[in-house]
Design a protein around this ligand. Sequence first.
Ligand code: MRU
Length: 370
Amino acid sequence: MNVDGKPTRTIRPAGDDAVEIIDQTALPQAFVVRQLRSAAEVAGAIASMQVRGAPLIGAAAAYGIWLAMRADASDAALAAARAMLLVTRPTAVNLRWALDTVVARIGPLPPAARAGAARAAADAIADDDVAINRAIGEHGRALIDGLARARPARPINVLTHCNAGWLATVDWGTALAGVYAAHDAGVPVHVWVDETRPRNQGAALTAWELGAHGVPHTVIVDNAGGHLMQRGDVDVVLVGTDRTTAAGDVVNKIGTYLKALAARDCGVPFYVAAPSPSIDWTIDAAGAAGIPIEERSADEVTTVAGTTAAGDAARVQVTPPGSRAHNPGFDVTPARLVTGIITERGVAPASREGLARLFPERAAGAKGAP
Ligand code: MRU
């Protein structure tokens, strides 16, 4: 996507000893680019959510292995870097996938060859992410185009949750890739943006990137979606995913499940954009309950962060001092509530058979495969 007219990726190597990221904790108030110079700095950036979004977390972790191997390419250092990066965010399967991909590539090599090979593997993961998301965008655009042809003379109203846009990936986004493609093709589209408490990825990040690209959008509180769907003000729900099981169950930002329930009740189609690295072929429907759901700090619930009228960052308490808070980061939307899964190979029904038809080579070894 363009930032100030310049094509910009959310992550890229800077010279041969650093990786450059956009600090997402500074948005929307400031566009801050940071350089990370070690695997520990990458792990810190993922854990603090300076970089976030399942595909971007995977790419960042891959570059983290590169930086680790530049410092020490021994077997012990490789295992330690993998372990440190793996525990930063437990739910997004892209993290494990990217680490496994890089480690499988460089593990058999002599230490002297590992840093160069890790850099090449990380670059390939980043480039693949861009290509995958561009393809998802084309399938998403076709879907929005179909809705627009059925309902001419008014914008198509998309509702989205959290941030599954450019910032959550290396480029383009997943759920929002189709929105951008439709908008760029002249299809009138408007996005309802769930604020996405507690971290407000919708209000802060999705609204920022849609605005930067000129896509009409309106921020709503998380509980408004059902009401809008009942009134016919939502044509389609489009969300991303941190992990989708081989059977089509979707783990995504907390609150996604409630949107799917409301969409089903109101007859609104509910689509999930899932790049293939977000599909966990090792887990079938029965295993979805065992997916680790990240528990984040209670402070994110008891306080709200924002900017004062003077432009200063501020955090204020919204709960009584004695109240406890619980902060699960993700929930599971059962496949039966999902209209379709938009992948880089097309739109699949949310089922083992549907996903297996598009990815026969991956599904063949999957748990529960015939
Ligand atoms: O906790 P986050 O901000 O990393 O969660 C992000 C989401 O839930 C996204 O919807 C998901 O990663 C898909 S990103 C294309």
